[in-house]
Design a protein around this ligand. Structure first.
Ligand SMILES: Cc1ncc(COP(=O)(O)O)c(C=O)c1O
Length: 419
């Protein structure tokens, strides 16, 4: 039962970290537990036929009915996680999905129709671009890809059939930061809506809805859940738009499991603490790498050398935990550096408490053609490091020693391994 006086123990005026702990959760839970329980049930029972008829009569009037009916249409633990996510991002409603890609693809499939046109920016998660280029086109949606942060190209790409502009900020892997005010201005002056994948930013660093963006999506798998232990995605925005997608999700069925929703609630409670540390370490690592003779170039929006530094400073609280950099050498040197790292794991994700490292040429772009790699700027020396919440100095020391192996003759390294 909800305690009548205490269900507003947090307010929209509370600070971010306070909302992260309390938003979406009841002050007094069933069984007086501090935490929101995991309601592990596929369906929900009605006490009698009158209760069923009352539910069926009124369910459409309430976006979030207090009673649930069936797991594909809602679950109390999932609803609590959605309410917390909506509060943190500053949206009316949030809708969780089984993965980030489920959130992105099902949002676009639900809101677009054959004959519509979509404008996407180029520097984006490869699978999202592939979805636009292959799947959406097959279903009769025309897609135009424009260079990231080229606002003239963005405006010129809009046609009378354009329904949405879709972009990421910061982007993957070069951390380009969009001028959201300009994007929203261009979109609105053409009657077009905007969707931003804000996975790399997190609502702690940037809240796109405050700039007038219509919908925000995240791979919750990354910073929001934050512990490298689950897959999920979320859509956040106005009830009008999110409800349309919710209706479609009841058909598509890519819902998140209540156990994963519990872990999302738990992960979100420390989002501010984690991202603060990741912002700090990301900045320290980027500064260190920029001065190292074996590093050709660093992409981090906190550095003045980044093309979008001033935009990032205007829009963002911090610059995040992903640092991309290009080593001086070919694929052999890049492999040697990554294999010498002791703390970051070689794995294709980001945003969690454990640091992870990838070589895009050997991972997300392994099977890409040389032309695609060139067009996307993916070189053999490119490394993407996602810092976790380890001690900043320990990570810097690890990167320092791994870079030193590039100046060590290969024979000496092999000798050391044999010993
Ligand atoms: C920016 C971005 N968006 C979306 C996704 C897809 O999310 P998921 O892996 O949770 O499906 C990723 C995954 O790496 C990503 O980096």
């Amino acid at each position: 039962m909800i305690h009548p006086k205490k269900d507003t123990h947090w307010t929209m005026a509370s600070g971010f970290a306070t909302q992260a702990v309390h938003a979406g959760e009841q002050h007094i839970n069933p069984y007086q537990s501090i935490t929101t329980p995991i309601v592990q049930s596929s369906a929900y029972a009605f006490p009698d036929t009158q209760a069923l008829i009352t539910f069926m009569t009124h369910r459409k009037e309430q976006a979030l009915p207090p009673h649930q009916e069936y797991g594909r249409y809602g679950n109390p633990t999932v609803r609590a996680a959605e309410a917390k996510l909506a509060a943190l991002e500053g949206g009316e409603q949030a809708l969780l999905f089984a993965s980030g890609m489920a959130a992105i693809t099902l949002t676009l499939l639900s809101l677009l129709e054959p004959g519509d046109h979509l404008v996407m920016t180029a520097d984006a998660y490869r699978k999202t671009r592939a979805f636009g280029a292959t799947f959406l086109r097959r279903w009769g949606v025309d897609v135009t890809v424009v260079p990231s942060a080229d606002y003239r190209a963005l405006a010129e790409a809009i046609t009378p059939r354009t329904r949405f502009i879709y972009s990421e900020t910061p982007t993957n892997p070069f951390l380009r930061v969009l001028d959201l005010e300009q994007v929203v201005h261009i979109a609105r002056s053409h009657g077009v809506r905007t969707i931003i994948d804000s996975t790399f930013a997190t609502p702690y660093n940037l809240r796109p809805l405050a700039f007038g963006v219509d919908l925000v999506v995240h791979s919750v798998t990354k910073y929001l859940a934050g512990h490298n232990d689950l897959l999920a995605g979320v859509l956040i925005g106005s009830s009008e738009l999110v409800d349309q997608v919710r209706e479609a999700q009841g058909m598509f069925g890519a819902v998140v499991d209540p156990g994963a929703a519990y872990l999302i609630l738990r992960g979100l409670k420390t989002l501010a603490l984690r991202v603060d540390r990741q912002n700090h370490t990301g900045m320290a690592l980027a500064r260190f790498l920029e001065t190292h003779p074996r590093v050709r170039r660093v992409w981090y929006p906190g550095l003045t050398s980044h093309p979008d530094h001033s935009m990032a400073r205007q829009q963002m609280r911090g610059f995040g935990g992903v640092v991309s950099f290009e080593l001086d050498g070919g694929i052999e040197e890049t492999r040697r550096f990554v294999d010498a790292l002791r703390l970051p794991r070689l794995a294709p994700s980001l945003g969690g408490v454990e640091s992870l490292v990838t070589i895009p040429a050997l991972m997300s772009y392994f099977d890409a053609s040389p032309e695609e790699r060139r067009a996307q700027g993916i070189t053999d020396g490119l490394v993407r490091l996602s810092v976790g919440v380890e001690e900043t100095e320990d990570l810097l020391e690890d990167v320092r020693q791994a870079l030193a192996t590039l100046d060590t003759p290969v024979a000496t390294i092999l000798q050391g391994q044999r010993r």
